[in-house]
Design a protein around this ligand. Structure first.
Ligand code: SF4
Ligand code: SF4
Length: 118
Protein backbone atom coordinates (compact mmCIF):
# COMPACT_ATOMS: atom_id res chain seq x y z
CA UNK A 1 0.00 0.00 0.00
CA UNK A 2 1.44 3.33 -0.97
CA UNK A 3 -1.21 6.02 -0.85
CA UNK A 4 -4.15 5.03 1.36
CA UNK A 5 -7.45 6.77 0.83
CA UNK A 6 -10.77 6.50 2.59
CA UNK A 7 -13.93 5.58 0.75
CA UNK A 8 -16.45 7.94 2.36
CA UNK A 9 -19.40 5.72 1.48
CA UNK A 10 -17.87 2.80 3.39
CA UNK A 11 -16.60 4.75 6.41
CA UNK A 12 -18.88 4.61 9.48
CA UNK A 13 -16.77 7.02 11.54
CA UNK A 14 -15.78 4.53 14.24
CA UNK A 15 -12.36 6.19 14.69
CA UNK A 16 -10.40 2.91 14.90
CA UNK A 17 -8.06 4.09 12.13
CA UNK A 18 -7.40 7.31 14.06
CA UNK A 19 -6.34 5.28 17.11
CA UNK A 20 -4.06 3.06 15.02
CA UNK A 21 -2.24 5.74 13.05
CA UNK A 22 1.28 6.11 14.51
CA UNK A 23 1.71 9.70 13.36
CA UNK A 24 -1.80 11.15 13.96
CA UNK A 25 -2.35 11.65 10.25
CA UNK A 26 -6.05 10.74 10.37
CA UNK A 27 -8.74 13.07 11.59
CA UNK A 28 -12.53 13.04 11.63
CA UNK A 29 -14.47 15.46 9.46
CA UNK A 30 -18.27 15.45 9.59
CA UNK A 31 -18.30 11.90 10.97
CA UNK A 32 -15.91 10.49 8.36
CA UNK A 33 -12.20 9.76 8.56
CA UNK A 34 -9.79 11.77 6.44
CA UNK A 35 -6.06 11.32 5.91
CA UNK A 36 -3.62 14.21 5.92
CA UNK A 37 -1.29 12.98 3.20
CA UNK A 38 1.40 15.47 4.22
CA UNK A 39 1.62 13.69 7.58
CA UNK A 40 1.01 10.09 6.43
CA UNK A 41 4.13 7.89 6.39
CA UNK A 42 2.44 5.17 4.23
CA UNK A 43 2.64 2.44 6.88
CA UNK A 44 -0.67 0.78 5.94
CA UNK A 45 -1.83 0.32 9.56
CA UNK A 46 -5.13 2.10 8.90
CA UNK A 47 -5.85 -0.28 6.03
CA UNK A 48 -5.28 -3.29 8.29
CA UNK A 49 -7.25 -1.80 11.22
CA UNK A 50 -10.43 -0.63 9.49
CA UNK A 51 -13.22 -3.14 10.22
CA UNK A 52 -15.26 -1.88 7.26
CA UNK A 53 -12.61 -2.07 4.57
CA UNK A 54 -13.07 1.66 4.03
CA UNK A 55 -9.33 2.38 3.73
CA UNK A 56 -8.63 1.52 0.15
CA UNK A 57 -5.56 0.91 -2.00
CA UNK A 58 -4.34 3.72 -4.21
CA UNK A 59 -4.36 1.63 -7.40
CA UNK A 60 -8.15 1.30 -7.17
CA UNK A 61 -8.34 4.92 -8.18
CA UNK A 62 -6.56 4.40 -11.51
CA UNK A 63 -9.75 4.18 -13.65
CA UNK A 64 -11.26 7.24 -11.91
CA UNK A 65 -8.01 9.19 -12.32
CA UNK A 66 -7.92 8.36 -16.03
CA UNK A 67 -11.57 9.38 -16.43
CA UNK A 68 -10.81 12.65 -14.66
CA UNK A 69 -7.82 13.36 -16.92
CA UNK A 70 -9.92 12.75 -20.03
CA UNK A 71 -12.81 14.78 -18.64
CA UNK A 72 -10.53 17.72 -17.87
CA UNK A 73 -8.90 17.48 -21.30
CA UNK A 74 -12.32 17.59 -23.00
CA UNK A 75 -13.37 20.52 -20.82
CA UNK A 76 -10.26 22.51 -21.73
CA UNK A 77 -10.58 21.56 -25.40
CA UNK A 78 -13.96 23.33 -25.35
CA UNK A 79 -12.06 26.65 -25.21
CA UNK A 80 -10.71 26.07 -28.74
CA UNK A 81 -12.78 26.56 -31.88
CA UNK A 82 -10.91 25.29 -34.92
CA UNK A 83 -9.66 21.78 -35.50
CA UNK A 84 -6.14 23.20 -35.82
CA UNK A 85 -6.33 24.85 -32.38
CA UNK A 86 -7.76 21.68 -30.86
CA UNK A 87 -5.01 19.55 -32.37
CA UNK A 88 -2.36 21.93 -31.03
CA UNK A 89 -3.97 21.85 -27.58
CA UNK A 90 -4.12 18.04 -27.58
CA UNK A 91 -0.45 17.99 -28.52
CA UNK A 92 0.34 20.11 -25.46
CA UNK A 93 -1.67 17.75 -23.27
CA UNK A 94 0.22 14.80 -24.72
CA UNK A 95 3.50 16.53 -23.86
CA UNK A 96 2.29 17.13 -20.32
CA UNK A 97 1.34 13.49 -19.71
CA UNK A 98 4.52 12.22 -21.40
CA UNK A 99 6.46 14.40 -18.96
CA UNK A 100 4.49 12.89 -16.07
CA UNK A 101 5.29 9.42 -17.40
CA UNK A 102 9.02 10.21 -17.53
CA UNK A 103 8.90 11.60 -13.98
CA UNK A 104 7.18 8.39 -12.79
CA UNK A 105 9.63 6.12 -14.65
CA UNK A 106 12.70 7.95 -13.35
CA UNK A 107 11.25 7.99 -9.84
CA UNK A 108 10.74 4.22 -10.03
CA UNK A 109 14.38 3.85 -11.10
CA UNK A 110 15.44 5.97 -8.13
CA UNK A 111 13.36 3.81 -5.78
CA UNK A 112 14.92 0.65 -7.22
CA UNK A 113 18.35 2.10 -6.39
CA UNK A 114 17.19 2.91 -2.86
CA UNK A 115 16.00 -0.70 -2.44
CA UNK A 116 19.48 -1.92 -3.35
CA UNK A 117 21.24 0.56 -1.07
CA UNK A 118 19.08 0.26 2.07
S1 SF4 B 1 -11.63 2.58 10.85
FE1 SF4 B 1 -12.63 2.57 8.84
S2 SF4 B 1 -14.83 2.88 9.27
FE2 SF4 B 1 -13.68 3.45 11.12
S3 SF4 B 1 -13.36 5.66 10.91
FE3 SF4 B 1 -11.57 4.67 10.05
S4 SF4 B 1 -12.01 4.47 7.85
FE4 SF4 B 1 -13.94 4.89 8.89
S1 SF4 C 1 -0.90 4.70 6.21
FE1 SF4 C 1 -0.11 4.77 8.32
S2 SF4 C 1 0.56 6.88 8.59
FE2 SF4 C 1 -0.76 6.85 6.80
S3 SF4 C 1 -2.78 7.39 7.58
FE3 SF4 C 1 -2.64 5.14 7.54
S4 SF4 C 1 -1.95 4.60 9.57
FE4 SF4 C 1 -1.55 6.77 9.34
Amino acid sequence: MVMPWINEDMCVGCGICVENCPVDAIFMEKGKAEIDMDECIRCGKCHEACPRGAVRHDNERIPADIDENIRKTMELMGHYKSRKEKQAFLGRMEKHFKKEKIVAEKTLSGIEELKIKC
